[in-house]
Every structure is written in C-alpha cells, then in structure tokens.
Design a protein around this ligand. Structure first.
Ligand code: ATP
Ligand code: MG
Length: 225
C-alpha cells in the first residue's frame, strides 16, 4: 500500500471541511478526484501531499504512520517521493523557467549540470523548448502551468498529486499533458489528479467524488484501450 488515509478530518475554526475521509491508494493507481467547488478537493490533496496537517486521523505512506511534528523528515520525504502541482502554480518569480525546474533537483543533491540537462529534457517534453531562459512573467498562464508540471516531475516522484493541472491549458496541451501522465503512470508513477473535467477523469483508472468534505463515491473505471 502506497498511501492510506484513516478517518481524516480537518476543522478550520468554524466547520469541518473534511469529515472522516478514509482512502487507500495502491501503487500504480491513477485517480481523478471530482466534486463541486468548495467540496474539499484541494484541502484533501494538501493533506495527502503532507503540506497540511489533519485535525484528526492518520496518514500512512508505505504502511508507516506520518509524524507531522517531524518537519525535517517530511521535507525530505516530500522532495524525494511526492510531486505536487498546485491549483495556482506557485512558481518562484525570481527564478527563470529552467531554474524553477532545477530547484527541487538541486535540493535533492543532483549537480547543477545534471539538473540542467534533466530539466531541459523535461521542458522539451512539455512543449517549452526555447523558453528555458524566460522569466516567469514572460510566459503565458498555460506555459506556467506546464513549467509547474515539469517541476513536479523533476525528481521522478513515486506519487504525483495535481490540482487542476490542465485548468489553464487548451485542448492540444491538455491532451499532451494527459499523454505524459498516462505514460508515467504506465511506468509506475501513482497519480492523483483533481479535475473539474469529466472527460479527463474518464481517462484515469479510478474516480473519487467528493461532496461537502466527504467521499461520496469511489470506483474503478473499466479500461477500454
Ligand atoms: N484555511 C481555511 N480556512 C477556512 N476555510 C477554508 C480553509 N481552506 C479551505 N477552506 C474552505 O474549505 C472548503 C473546501 O475548500 P477546498 O479548497 O478544499 O475546495 P475545492 O473542492 O478544492 O474547491 P475548488 O473546486 O473551487 O478548487 C471551502 O468552503 C473553503 O472555503
Ligand atoms: Mg481546489
């Protein structure tokens, strides 16, 4: 078992935005999380990405319970294991496109040359060849989103968590990103993707539907390909 959530609850001061969420994610899963705006999708993803601490309940990675008080361990684990694409990309404006993708690799211990070579390849794969040296404010919203995806893939994560990764993309780039996701999923990367787009959700292996902070339904799709 790669990831297990056990009775996760999140209290934000006036209400529970997550209520008794229990979930198992197997290695190789490709999951779409759908549900109306405000139903708790991003909140759940943050907790799965160890960016936020639940009010109660436990999270297990590799069958070991996560200790949220051990911040150093969590930072290292996230850098090595989890790729995260935020709903709003959060690229670093002081760094150019290439440097944004290199940053997590440098933290991981790759040399500058290695990080640069790997980043150039990733950016090319995401259709951003020639834009490596641009500043973040010199690229479009859809390009920023693709840089954020390249950054999340930079350390070859075991699990990729993405919040509306194609929200700013046109249909051609959405298709390209889904092809990349399918390919890395086939090679073993587990993917959890929040999306409003039911057509995209249908391209995954499993759909989890959230409503009012709870999981309403969870089912595996029959693959037709
Ligand atoms: N830190 C917080 N303090 C107070 N309320 C919060 C906080 N974070 C989230 N919420 C509330 O929790 C609910 C769930 O928010 P969340 O961002 O998880 O929704 P979502 O399903 O991702 O919605 P969307 O599809 O619009 O992105 C919302 O009602 C939101 O206003
Ligand atoms: Mg959200």
């Amino acid at each position: 078992m790669l990831l297990r959530l056990e009775n996760i609850e999140k209290w934000v001061g006036k209400e529970y935005i997550l209520k008794k969420v229990s979930l198992k994610i197997e290695r190789g899963d490709f999951v779409a999380i759908v549900g109306p705006s405000g139903s708790g999708k991003s909140s759940l993803l943050y907790i799965m990405g160890l960016l936020d601490k639940p009010t109660s309940g436990n999270i297990y990675y590799h069958n070991k319970v996560i200790d949220f008080s051990n911040k150093d361990w969590i930072c290292k684990f996230r850098n090595e294991t989890i790729g995260f694409v935020f709903q709003f990309h959060y690229l670093i404006p002081e760094l150019n496109v290439l440097e944004n993708v290199m940053a997590p690799q440098i933290k991981r211990g790759f040399s500058i040359k290695e990080a640069e070579d790997r980043s150039i390849l990733l950016l090319e794969r995401l259709g951003l060849k020639g834009k490596e040296r641009r500043q973040i404010f010199e690229i479009s919203g859809g390009e920023m989103q693709r840089v954020a995806i390249a950054r999340a893939l930079a350390n070859d994560p075991e699990i990729l968590l993405c919040d509306e990764p194609t929200g700013n993309l046109d249909s051609k780039n959405t298709h390209m990103v889904m092809e990349i996701f399918r390919e890395i999923n086939q090679r073993g990367t587990t993917i959890i993707m929040v999306t409003h787009d039911l057509n995209l959700a249908k391209g995954t292996k499993r759909i989890i539907e959230m409503l009012d902070g709870e999981i309403k339904t969870s089912f595996y799709l029959e693959r037709v390909d």
